[in-house]
Structure formats: C-alpha cells, structure tokens
Design a protein around this ligand. Structure first.
Ligand SMILES: C[S@@+](CC[C@H](N)C(=O)[O-])C[C@H]1O[C@@H](n2cnc3c(N)ncnc32)[C@H](O)[C@@H]1O
Length: 321
C-alpha cells in the first residue's frame, strides 16, 4: 500500500505529465484515471488512519474538490486535443487540394506544351515517316512488337523539346497491326500523327525522301527539316536482309544509314555479336537526340544499346558541334 507522501509525489509527476506533449495522451489518460483511483485510495487510507467526525467532512470536501479540479483539467485537455486535431485535419486537406490543383495545372500545361511543339513540327519541323506497307513480311508476334515500338517512338517524340512530325503510311485500318496499335497504345486514335492507307511514295515528292536503311552506303550527316526520313516498319526476327535498301533503290530514293561505323567501335564480346540493325524506336531516339543536341556521339550513345556490340570510339567527343 502507498503512503500519502508517495501519493502526493505521484500527483506531482502527473502534473508534469499533463504539461508534456500530446503524444503522451493515452499515457496521460491512463495516469489520470490512476490518479482518481489514488484519490479514492487516499480517502480510504486516511479515513482508516485518522477517522473523526469533524475531519471526515473536511476530508471528503477536500477530496471532492481535488477530484473536480482534475476532472476540469482533463475535460479542458480533451477539448484542446479535439480542436487541434480538427485544425490539423483542415490544414492537411487544404494542402492536399492545393497540390491537386497545382498538379492539374502543370499536367494541363505540359499537355498544351507538347501539343504546341508537335503542331509546330507539323508545319516546320523535320518529318519522320514509318513505312507500314511491308507487314506481309512479318509474323503475328513481330507485328505486335512493331506496335509496341510505334508506341515507344511516339512516347519519345512527345517528350522531346524538338519533335519530328510523324506519318504512319501504308497503314490499313482493317489490319492486325491497326488492332495491335489500338490494343497496346492508350489513346492511339488521339495520337498527334498523320495516318494514311496510302503509300509514302504517293504522298511525298521523291526528291525530299531519305530512306533510312542499315544497308545504305552513305552515312547520315545531318537532319534537314525539309526532308522526309522514312523508316521501314519492320521487326526483323527472321532477318529480311536489304529489304528496305532494295525498295529504296527500286524507286530511285536517296538512302542513308546511321553513322555507327564513323563514331563507334566493335566491342569484343563472348558471342562475337555486332549489329547495326536497330529497332525503329531506337533509330528514332538517335535521330531525335541528334536533332536536339547536334552531337552524333551523344545521339548514338542514347540509341545504340550495349547489346548491339558497339561502344563509342575513344576519340568520339561528346561535344556539341
Ligand atoms: C529492324 S530494322 C529492319 C531492317 C531490315 N532488314 C531492312 O531491310 O530495313 C527497322 C528499320 O529501322 C531502320 N534502321 C535500323 N537500323 C538502321 C541503321 N543502322 N541505319 C539506318 N536505318 C536503320 C530502317 O529503316 C529499318 O528498315
């Protein structure tokens, strides 16, 4: 059993706890209940120890006064905590809604900026055409992969500060490729590109066309906004060698390959694998980075993955020319 000195020491500690921060709320409440029971105990102890008619009235009055006093403190504390909780809640929801508005603004702003850049490219930027007239050379799986590459290419073009204007030519609406594009590309029908079933040969003046093909004898030196750069819509798992090169030559078109040999070296690897044939989205990343930076080393570094077995030549500088 505790002495009254111990009891009053506990009461002192309790007062300190009441002054402590809110985290101790549960602890405080438990202690305050303890305290009330201590007061009751105190009454028992003292009444058993020094019971008399006059001090009984005095003592019960004293205990009741203390009890009321602590009850008041507890109630005030509880009320304050409630108010603070409400304040915090209101502040959090205000911050939240401000964040959403800001986000919404910046999202809308970015979308408008992207649209503006793409539309500027439509009228004054370089043109990139994906020749989709060769799907008969591909398996179903390759066609699905082509649809995924179109999605990546479009995604890169949306992000860059200096986009190309993209044409999808020879693109038949009733085709597996179309279905795959819609299935794999969110909002495909809203893409800011020109699509047509016509062949690029019937749309662009042939002297403006540069067919990009890994089999060309000429390395691409620069990007001319007056030209149309054509990529063969092909995914070569069963390598169709020189398909686009032959097609371009047949129509007397200018051809060019990426300047990989000019800026990169073959890297020794266990499979002794070296390939200059890139996927269309990788070719596009090279073109797009070059168009933005005017640096072939930087562009090739971006688009030619290490799996192709090439590394930048030691003296190939990353400076912008
Ligand atoms: C996977 S490649 C297809 C290669 C195929 N054997 C061909 O005949 O074009 C897809 C397209 O990306 C472009 N491409 C790929 N690597 C290239 C390179 N090193 N230089 C220029 N164009 C390239 C070409 O337009 C090519 O048709």
């Amino acid at each position: 059993m505790m002495t009254s000195a111990e009891n009053s020491k506990d009461a002192g500690n309790l007062t300190k706890l009441y002054r402590s921060d809110e985290k101790n709320y549960v602890e405080e409440e438990e202690l305050s209940l303890d305290f009330l029971s201590l007061l009751e105990t105190e009454l028992d102890i003292d009444s058993s120890r020094c019971y008399s008619q006059e001090n009984e009235t005095f003592f019960s009055k004293n205990v009741l006064r203390k009890q009321r006093h602590w009850e008041k403190i507890l109630a005030a504390k509880k009320c304050k905590r409630k108010q603070e909780k409400e304040k915090r809640k209101a502040k959090a929801s205000e911050n939240n809604s401000q964040g959403t508005i800001k986000e919404r603004h910046s999202k809308r702003f970015l979308k408008e900026l992207t649209m503006e850049r793409l539309l500027t490219a439509k009228y004054s930027g370089p043109k990139l055409c994906i020749d989709l007239s060769m799907t008969e050379h591909m398996t179903k799986k390759e066609i699905s992969r082509l649809a995924a590459q179109i999605r990546r290419l479009y995604g890169s073009n949306r992000k860059t500060a200096k986009p190309f204007w993209v044409y999808l030519t020879g693109f038949l609406e009733n085709s597996l490729l179309y279905d795959e594009c819609v299935r794999m590309n969110d909002g495909f029908n809203n893409y800011l590109v020109d699509t047509t079933e016509s062949n690029f040969l019937d749309i662009f003046p042939l002297e403006q066309v540069v067919y990009l093909t890994p089999d060309s004898n000429s390395a691409l030196e620069d990007i001319d906004p007056q030209k149309v750069y054509v990529l063969g819509g092909l995914v070569d798992e069963s390598i169709q060698k020189k398909l686009t090169y032959r097609k371009a030559k047949e129509h007397g078109l200018q051809t060019a390959r990426l300047p990989i040999q000019e800026y990169m070296d073959k890297k020794v690897n266990s499979k002794n694998f070296h390939s200059e044939i890139l996927a269309i989205n990788q070719v596009f990343d090279v073109l797009s980075t070059y168009y933005r930076t005017k640096s072939w080393p930087e562009a090739l570094q971006t688009g030619v993955s290490s799996g192709k077995g090439y590394v930048l030549r030691d003296n190939a500088t990353m400076e912008t020319y």
